[in-house]
Design a protein around this ligand. Structure first.
Ligand code: SAH
Length: 273
């Protein structure tokens, strides 16, 4: 059977190095302790549901299917890849469609699930925003993205890479930058370097502040990242909260930790009423 032609519009760069594929597939395995914490699965009796996004020709899929601790489902948008996968992996539970439009509650009506992939780079941020929408059901999400996005996601405050995605994801997930991957292990090679990351849900149950306002504040502050918060958040400031947030006003968004963004949101909340 013919191999799938790589289509740029779908972000298709097929991984050809099997040892890298195996290493990525291994990143979704969770320890028995974590598994217990999440009530994920009784390892002996049932497997952990995992969704692979964009399996392409199945280079990761083959290793994921071998892992008996995982109950794999995959979603692939490309018709040609779907035909290929059905031929080579008839046992794979495969959904043909767009992950961004997928109703995950239909695929996984109850319980928790993991997300993995050598992701389509053109939509990697959107994939993470969608993971956030299901954060209380996704204890672990790992896979390969462009190195620059991996750095942004994992970045600590005070760094150039620190931004919206870092704060919003780190509020809920512990992020590990696992390893960097060279262009030449792909066909065709992408223009950028790649990296493998893993997100593991932290123990935070709620932000203890208005979550919508938190998101808005983070986005608003970083949309003018060179400005002091005094200017970028002007519309949220008023006489009653000004004194409380004083210490934040001369800062720039990259100087604030997740905790500080949460505290700032709390102090700004009253003016929303
Ligand atoms: N995992 C494969 C392919 C990586 S390329 C490998 O490692 O070789 C990214 C894959 O994501 C492609 O197969 C592409 O068709 C698929 N894809 C792109 N956009 C998608 C979307 N919105 N939903 C599901 N799959 C998508």
């Amino acid at each position: 059977m013919q191999k799938v032609r790589a289509k740029k519009s779908l972000g298709q760069h097929f991984l050809k190095d099997l040892s890298v594929a195996q290493k990525i597939a291994d990143t979704i395995t969770i320890s028995p302790e974590e598994s217990e914490k999440w009530g994920l699965h009784d390892i002996k009796s049932s497997a952990f549901p995992v969704l692979e996004i964009g399996p392409g020709m199945g280079v990761l899929t083959q290793y994921l299917l071998q892992n008996k601790q995982i109950d794999l489902t995959a979603i692939e948008l490309d018709r040609e890849s779907v035909i290929y996968l059905k031929e080579w992996y008839p046992e794979l539970k495969l959904i043909e469609g767009d992950f961004l439009k997928l109703d995950l509650n239909k695929v996984f009506p109850t319980g928790n699930f993991g997300v993995i992939g050598n992701y389509p780079y053109n939509i990697s941020s959107q994939i993470f925003f969608k993971v956030l929408e299901y954060k209380d059901r996704i204890p672990v999400c790992s896979g390969m993205i462009q190195k620059e996005v991996a750095e942004r996601i994992a970045s600590k405050p005070g760094k150039k890479a620190y931004g919206i995605l870092s704060v919003l994801l780190q509020a809920w997930y512990d992020i590990e930058y696992l390893f960097t991957v060279d262009e030449n292990v792909f066909n065709p090679p992408p223009k950028v370097k790649s990296a493998v990351v893993r997100l593991r849900r932290n123990s935070r149950k709620s932000l203890d502040c208005d979550e919508r306002l938190f998101k808005t504040i983070v986005k608003t502050a970083f949309n003018q990242r060179r400005k002091q918060l005094r200017n970028s958040l002007r519309e949220y400031l008023n006489e009653s909260n000004l004194a409380h947030v004083e210490s934040f006003l001369t800062k720039r968004p990259e100087q604030l930790s997740v905790e500080e963004f949460i505290n700032l949101t709390k102090m700004l909340e009253p003016c929303q009423n």
